[in-house]
Design a protein around this ligand. Structure first.
Ligand code: FAD
Length: 281
């Protein structure tokens, strides 16, 4: 892996209310002071937040920062994705996070793409090298994968289709990440694999997300969080300490940057960033 490359980035979700939009503007202003390489914006498969993604990306770009829309292909078709890619090119977007996404419940039509590697291929055919393409990686294995080996092979497919880099699902066990990176290198995949970092601020939300996306909360962390019950200050202080240590461990061992799942909040990401003394290349 090219360890000279370091990218520190932040992820937002598109706000659903005016109050949420105001909050995100404040968060953007605050986090922009840290000079992240880009702000990515999530995308709801099947239509739920797709316009919200475009509007949020447009606003970030208009303020002079780099935005990277997430684009999930499940349920989509070639024409609509081509149109969206062109709209992003028109507003100066240079990065994209290319995903399969998950079928929303009740939705039956698969659309023109089955897996993210097909989307990466399509973006390359349609737009050449215009976009820096990031894809998702799962050091603790994607929940639907039949085996770790198959999941790795499927990840390699995305890199070979033209992805420039990857962002991982969040994890609290760095060994899973190191093994994943080693396995990729053995298969001659040397794109930067950037750890996705989820700050710990709330036990029940973290547990719910982790159950959904297959991320493991180590037992000792879960037990401590349980012990804090509703004491938010103690959870935040413990979370800050654990996640700062995780990030330091990753960076000391060559991780090519960090991607923060901000949940549209300023404080957790800002605190970690400052604890780590980060600067992008
Ligand atoms: P894929 O890489 O297509 O993999 C999906 C599954 O299919 C895996 O089990 C894989 O092993 C298997 N597979 C892959 N390719 C093949 C193939 N060619 N043949 C057979 N099997 C295959 N979701 C959203 O809806 N919106 C977002 O904005 C969003 N952002 C995300 C950002 C990051 C950094 C991450 C890590 C995840 C994000 N997700 C998002 C969640 C993601 O959409 C889900 O995890 C989804 O289930 C898989 O998407 P993928 O792009 O990893 O899919």
């Amino acid at each position: 892996m090219n360890t000279a490359y370091k990218a520190y980035s932040c992820e937002f979700f598109p706000p659903k209310t005016d109050k949420g939009a105001e909050k995100l503007r404040t968060t953007l202003t605050e986090l922009a002071k840290l000079k992240p390489a880009y702000f990515s914006v999530t995308f709801g498969a099947g239509g739920s937040t797709q316009e919200g993604t475009f509007d949020t990306v447009k606003e970030i770009q208009a303020k002079g920062y780099n935005a990277a829309p997430h684009l999930s292909c499940i349920g989509g078709n070639r024409d609509s994705i081509r149109e969206l890619l062109n709209s992003y090119i028109e507003i100066g977007v240079k990065r994209i996070v290319a995903l399969r996404g998950d079928m929303p419940s009740g939705m039956r039509e698969m659309g023109d793409f089955r897996y993210a590697n097909e989307l990466v291929e399509f973006i390359r055919v349609e737009t050449g090298d215009h976009f820096h393409i990031e894809v998702a990686a799962y050091p603790e294995i994607h929940p639907q994968a039949p085996s770790a080996k198959k999941d790795l092979e499927n990840f390699v497919r995305k890199a070979k289709a033209g992805a420039n880099a990857a962002i991982t699902q969040y994890f609290y066990n760095p060994d899973a990440y190191y093994r994943f990176v080693d396995d990729c290198q053995k298969l001659d995949v040397d794109i930067p694999i950037i750890p996705g970092i989820m700050p710990i601020t709330n036990h029940s939300n973290l547990k719910r997300f982790s159950d959904m996306c297959g991320a493991e909360i180590p037992r000792w962390i879960a037990k401590r969080l349980e012990g804090f019950a509703d004491d938010r200050e103690s959870i935040a202080a413990f979370g800050e300490e654990v996640v700062t240590e995780l990030c330091n461990n990753l960076l000391d061992n060559g991780a090519p940057g960090l991607h923060f799942y901000t949940m549209n909040q300023t404080r957790p990401t800002k605190t970690l960033w400052q604890n780590l003394g980060l600067e992008s290349d």
